[in-house]
Write a protein that binds this ligand. Structure first.
Ligand SMILES: [Zn+2]
Ligand SMILES: [Zn+2]
Ligand SMILES: [Zn+2]
Length: 263
């Protein structure tokens, strides 16, 4: 049996919520669920006696997220794509390098690794400055792969014209920064207990699902539960948004844990 426990470490869009210098109702909300760090999730996966702890995306709030969740060890970081709100915190893996005594395994497509080599050039120099972050680049594509013999299925999604990877583990799938999923890839998203989708606002957007588009996918793919993440301040405050959603559709919030077991 595969058991997956997903913890939302960040559920905000690229700028986070509150947005700097914004005075809107969401940014001024005193509800803790309206404070959203950049999108990232921690996955604790157990299969038979094996257990892995994985992170999906490491944006600019990575340090704070590791501290909040009291993470002392990661078996790998999966990157959906190279945008800064998903990769900007990777310098801080230094702390994990130090405690584990080894590089952190970074699972991503070649294009994303190439972006890391540019953005973190100092970590890839021949004669590295002492104490730079240590990355072990593990290249993936759309082919299923495994970490400690726990199977992971990448799902190709489109972020306007940029190819991005979502990930399915057991009966849970996490998809962020998508505005379109081709029919062939949708087949990988059948029979889910939990689906997480990015939603940026109610009206259409070039590179992210709108709320009506996400609800249409919920009705098409029929997961038992849908969680919305990568939310922006253009949506209502959390409580109001939650009250407007159909049964079994929920806005995620930072710190929320979701469990899913596959027999
Ligand atoms: Zn993003
Ligand atoms: Zn605002
Ligand atoms: Zn993006």
């Amino acid at each position: 049996m595969i058991a997956v426990r997903l913890t939302f470490l960040g559920t905000g869009t690229s700028q986070g919520i509150p947005v700097i210098a914004c005075n809107c109702a969401v940014c001024r909300s005193v509800d803790a669920r309206d404070k959203r760090l950049r999108a990232s999730v921690l996955l604790d996966v157990t299969h038979d006696a094996r257990h892995v702890r994985l992170l999906i995306d490491a944006g600019p709030d990575f340090r704070q997220q590791m501290l909040c969740a009291q993470v002392t060890h990661l078996d790998g970081i999966l990157l959906t794509h190279e945008h800064k709100d998903h990769t900007g915190g990777l310098d801080d893996v230094r702390a994990l390098n130090y405690t584990s005594g080894r590089p952190v395994d970074i699972y991503a497509e070649t294009r994303v690794h190439d972006a890391l080599k540019r953005e973190y050039a100092y970590a890839f120099e021949e004669n590295k400055y002492p104490g730079v972050p240590e990355f072990n680049l593990c290249t993936i594509d759309q082919t299923p792969f495994s970490i400690h013999r726990i199977g992971i299925t990448p799902v190709r999604v489109w972020h306007h014209t940029l190819p991005v990877l979502g990930f399915r583990i057991g009966n849970l799938a996490y998809i962020t920064d998508a505005s379109r999923i081709d029919d062939d890839e949708k087949k990988k998203l059948r029979g889910l207990a939990v689906l997480v989708l990015n939603v940026i606002r109610r009206t259409p957007h070039l590179s992210h699902f709108s709320l009506p588009e996400a609800l249409a996918l919920f009705n098409e793919l029929k997961p038992q539960r849908l969680y919305l993440s990568h939310l922006s301040h253009q949506l209502e405050p959390h409580a109001q948004l939650a009250a407007s959603l159909p049964p079994n559709v929920f806005p995620a919030s930072d710190g929320l844990c979701v469990e899913c077991n596959e027999a």
